[in-house]
Design a protein around this ligand. Structure first.
Ligand SMILES: Cc1cc2nc3c(=O)[nH]c(=O)nc-3n(C[C@H](O)[C@H](O)[C@H](O)COP(=O)(O)OP(=O)(O)OC[C@H]3O[C@@H](n4cnc5c(N)ncnc54)[C@H](O)[C@@H]3O)c2cc1C
Length: 441
């Protein structure tokens, strides 16, 4: 089944919570709580009653997204992903299958070849991919397509969108996102890659690190500095964004050997005099950080969905194994020491998903979603990690064997904890922006 077109059921309606969330949504104006209560429970309610919507069900559209993705993923079984994890080959067949049915443009406007659906639908899609057993090997192979090009969608000119988006949606080109630098880390303002203006072109030189899919990418979305740090009103001024060809004559890409997700490469990238037309600059010079900031929240929501999907894959395997494995004359799953951690994982994954869909609902409805998106990423990543760890312990020694897959999940479950932002920085964000505590760094 191909990706459905936008429907009126676009946004998940999880939290018609018409109540000001003082601590969470700075900036949302107070709205009156309107409750339509069952008469049995309405006794004592005042006249201030109207309609309220709290709907935890996936919409028809979201269910069809999930079913279609599951069907595609069923063609790529656990052995496919185990082999990719062993040989490190990019999962081209999987990427191609999603591209063929139009899924790579799920969030790209229809005018540029996409489906123009919301982040809630994209979260359903990415969660289903990870849960299928593809984990982060599958999710990261397409992650950049799903929301990575948001700055182009929002700030690119019409000419740029027509030129840049359709080849990515069609799967003819792959893109990578180069922000992190060896000497800057999480302090993005300190990045040192320079773009110097020369007439109608820029010349870029510098070094990036951890750039995912740079081995296979045709293009990169790259954040550079065009004005000195000291010159701006704030440290993030003077950063400029480009979406341009990854011309390997001027860009050396060196793969980093890493713990997991071998099929999807992450790299050191050395750029020496990359000549870029000014037409590839996205938006205004010096405003690049503001543009990528826009994409931070939806990306956190997707990463949360992916981590939760991976955790569920691990939990399913663990529960199945606990029913089958017999030791001391009974299935290990009959022991509470095995049952309880699994039950705890289920609850934590469910709770994290509620937060992720709340954040998606806020984003798709144009509301501020920073606290919920960050909380979802934190909770989803931690719950996913715990589920993977618990799955290994449930399997005992077999959990350590590649044949049982959970060790692969476990290695991959570290990724959403670290990238695109660490749990420490999320806690700092919540402490500062939600609880009003002083900035700690
Ligand atoms: C598999 C993988 C894929 C990635 N893909 C990409 C990609 O495609 N593109 C890209 O640009 N980047 C990518 N990254 C980079 C990733 O976003 C960064 O690793 C992450 O943002 C952390 O930055 P850092 O590694 O430089 O950590 P550092 O900034 O060096 O921080 C190190 C540790 O110190 C902690 N720390 C630092 N400052 C504070 C503070 N003030 N308070 C509390 N704790 C603090 C951090 O939380 C962290 O735990 C990827 C990373 C990985 C592992």
């Amino acid at each position: 089944m191909a990706v459905p077109a936008r429907s009126r059921h676009g946004a998940v309606r999880l939290g018609g919570i018409a109540r000001q969330q003082r601590e969470q949504d700075v900036g949302i104006k107070r709205r009156r709580v309107s409750l339509r209560l069952d008469p049995r429970y309405a006794r004592g309610a005042g006249d201030d009653c109207g309609a309220s919507t709290i709907d935890f069900a996936l919409t028809d559209l979201q269910q069809s997204v999930r079913a279609a993705i599951e069907k595609i993923c069923a063609r790529f079984d656990d052995d496919y992903w185990r082999k990719r994890d062993g040989d490190g080959k990019f999962p081209d067949a999987f990427h191609g299958a999603l591209a063929a049915d139009g899924w790579l443009g799920i969030c790209v406007p229809e005018a540029y070849g996409g489906s123009g659906l919301g982040i809630a639908e994209a979260a359903v899609m990415m969660g289903a991919i990870a849960q299928s057993g593809a984990g982060f090997s599958g999710a990261s192979a397409v992650h950049m397509n799903i929301f990575g090009l948001n700055p182009v969608v929002v700030y690119g000119s019409d000419e740029q969108k027509r030129r840049m988006l359709p080849p990515i949606v069609a799967g003819k080109e792959k893109a990578c996102f180069a922000v992190t630098e060896p000497n800057a880390g999480l302090e993005t303002a300190k990045l040192q890659t320079r773009a110097e203006r020369r007439g109608d072109r820029y010349v870029i030189s510098g070094a990036k690190i951890w750039t995912t899919t740079a081995q296979v990418a045709d293009r990169m979305l790259i954040l550079t500095r065009t004005a000195p740090l000291e010159a701006g009103r704030k440290p993030t001024d003077g950063l400029t964004l480009f979406f341009t060809a990854l011309d390997r004559r001027y860009v050396e890409v060196r793969e980093i050997e890493k713990m997991g997700r071998k099929a999807v490469d992450s790299n050191q990238v050395f750029i020496d005099g990359l000549d870029v037309p000014a037409d590839d600059r996205i938006g205004a010079e010096g405003r690049g950080f503001d543009y990528i900031l826009d994409g931070f929240n939806p990306e956190r929501i997707l990463v949360a969905a992916e981590a939760i999907g991976l955790g569920r894959a691990a939990l399913q395997r663990a529960a199945a194994y606990a029913k089958e494995r017999t030791v001391f004359g009974r299935p290990i799953g009959q022991n509470q020491a095995i049952q309880h951690p699994l039950a705890e994982c289920w609850m934590e994954l469910e709770a994290a998903e509620l937060m992720a869909f709340k954040a998606a609902w806020q984003y798709d409805n144009g509301m501020p979603c920073g606290p919920a998106a960050n909380a979802a990423k934190y909770l989803g990543a931690e719950a996913g990690f715990k589920a993977c760890q618990t799955a290994i312990m449930t399997h005992g020694g077999y959990g350590y064997a590649k044949e049982f897959h959970v060790e692969r999940y476990f290695r991959e479950s570290m990724i959403p904890r670290i990238a695109p932002v660490t749990p420490h920085l999320i806690l700092c964000f919540i402490a500062e922006r939600v609880l009003g505590l002083p900035k700690s760094y």
